[in-house]
Every structure is written in C-alpha cells, then in structure tokens.
Write a protein that binds this ligand. Structure first.
Ligand SMILES: [Fe+2]
Length: 313
C-alpha cells in the first residue's frame, strides 16, 4: 500500500517510491530502501517535504502513531474537561450533520434545520471548547471526513469571525455557512468523490461544479442568509482570479467567502488521516503564505496571528 508521510515520520526499513522536495517544488520518482541510520539522517535533514512509501516493500508507520501523537498534542493544549466537552459535542452533532448531508444527497433538499441546530450548538459553546472541537476533529477516519470537515470549518469560521470582532449574529451566520459550504458535493457521484485515482478532466469538472450545485440547493429556500449563499458559491474563488466558478478577483470575492477559503484549506491541510500525514498549524500557514495569489493576504495575516496567539489551533 502506498502512503504519503511527512519527512520526520521516515523510519529505517521504509521503501520510498516518491519524494517531494521543497528545493524546486517538484516530485521525484524514486525507489529505494532506507537502509542505514545515515540515509535516514540525510532524509530528515534534507529539503524533502514528504515521501510516498510502499508498505508492500518495506516498513510501515507504527499503526497508532498518528492517533497517539495527536492525543498527546491535544492534552498539552487543552484541559481534559475541554477535550471531554468537545468530544461530547462532536458525538452529539455528527448524526445531525450526517442527516443534513444525506437529505441533500437523497432529495437535493438539505435539512437546514439540522444546520441551524448545529450552528446554535457551536456558537453557544464556550470559545475554548469551540477551539477544542477544531483540535479534536482534526483526526478523521475516511467515512467521517465530510461531517467532521464541515463541523471543523464551521468552528474555525466562528473563531475567525470573533477574532475579527464581527457581531455574534454574523458569527452565527458564518457557522451555518461553514457547515453548508460543501453541501453541493452531495450532488457529485460518490465514486468520483471518493476516488483515489487521478480524476479525468470531465470528473474534475463535475467536482468543480459543487459550489454551483450547492448554491442551487440552497436557493430553493427563501430564508437562507446571503452570507451563506456567498460562502457556498464562492469558497473556491482565488484572490488572483484563478479560482472557480467565476474567477472573481480580490475584493470582488465576497468577504465571507474569502474567510471560508482560508478556513477550508487550513482545515484540510491540518487534518490527520490514517493514510495521510498532516501539516502542523504553523507549517500549513507557512505553505498558505507562500501560495501567492490564492488567499486575501491581509485576511491570511489576521488568520496567522489568530493561530500564533493560540486563539485557535
Ligand atoms: Fe468546496
């Protein structure tokens, strides 16, 4: 089985098939065994960002290494009460979010009451526990990925909105927008969404239709706030105009969608999956700062200071 790992996770006995280097932003095909401590040290000290290993030909990651180190990191940042509260909220809201999404898939009509219920739950929770939700939901299995991503983006939007000094009414609307930003993915066939192969041009176009499909779903209701519609339709626009669906530029992209773009990418990058190592929060921000033109630069700096000051994780 092929697995992408972070450089620091490389171990003796692993068989490396690809290396991604920071030196020139390229991926190289390789095929070698990490056979000596010296070779391992060379990798750890190199400009390699990540490696793809093949566990058929060599050693694997320790099975629970990712989960265990995540648990340790959580305990160093949060009290056990905060972690307990976050886990309780996740347990309670997961079936509600699942219902919201499955209704959208089955009937094309998302159950908006579910979104409002979860948004209320998040904004009524103490801010420290909102941050703990982001931390706890970082570790996701494949089947809970969609729900936990939406919940964590929502919690990030709440934290970011508050750090920016927005009104609590706006913060609540951002929470709803975070939950619904990817609802249009429920109009994309599951085989395409869950495919781990490289998508064809046609399949990619279908995936990229999700903002418009979500927007269509939400427009069937007459009480969805404009902010939520904007987040859904424009969260993949880029600051430099190279995003989709409309290629809007700079301040032409609605403010809430610019916030959502940052929270969405940050959440995806810091997500820990059994088969995919995560970026640390500062590594993720570092990469986002270097991805020139993707994000609103002044909002990204505000987001960075929120992360560095510990207001979020
Ligand atoms: Fe999306």
């Amino acid at each position: 089985m092929r697995k992408r790992i972070r450089t620091h996770q490389a171990r003796l006995g692993m068989y490396v098939e690809e290396v991604e280097s920071r030196r020139d932003d390229k991926t190289y095909k390789e095929g070698f065994l990490i056979a000596s401590p010296e070779e391992l040290a060379d990798i750890h000290n190199s400009k390699i960002i990540s490696l793809v290993i093949n566990t058929k030909n060599g050693a694997d990651l320790a099975a629970d290494e990712t989960a265990a180190s995540h648990e340790t990191a959580l305990l160093s940042r949060f009290s056990s009460n905060e972690i307990h509260a976050a886990k309780a909220i996740i347990k309670e809201t997961k079936p509600v979010i699942r219902h919201l999404f499955s209704e959208a898939r089955l009937s094309g009509l998302p159950d908006l009451d579910s979104a409002h219920l979860v948004a209320d739950h998040i904004v009524e929770t103490a801010q420290d526990s909102v941050v703990a939700i982001i931390g706890v939901s970082r570790l996701k299995s494949r089947d809970e990925s969609t729900y936990l991503h939406s919940l964590a983006v929502s919690a990030l939007m709440v934290s970011f909105g508050r750090a920016l000094g927005l009104s609590e009414a706006s913060v609540r609307t951002l929470a709803v927008g975070g939950l619904l930003h990817d609802i249009g993915k429920m109009a994309v066939p599951v085989e395409i969404l869950s495919s781990r192969k490289k998508l064809s041009g046609e399949e990619l176009a279908i995936v990229r239709s999700h903002p418009a499909r979500g927007h269509e779903m939400l427009r069937q209701f007459d009480d969805v706030p404009p902010l939520v519609l904007e987040i859904c339709l424009h969260h993949h626009e880029r600051h430099d105009g190279r995003g989709y669906p409309f290629g809007l530029k700079g301040n032409g992209i609605p403010f809430a969608a610019r916030l959502a773009a940052i929270c969405d990418v940050y959440e995806a990058m810091t997500t820990i999956r059994p088969y995919k190592p995560a970026w640390s929060s500062t590594e993720a921000i570092g990469v986002m700062l270097q991805s020139h033109g993707q994000f609103d630069p002044s909002l990204l700096r505000r987001f960075l200071s929120m992360v560095l000051s510990g207001e979020t994780v």
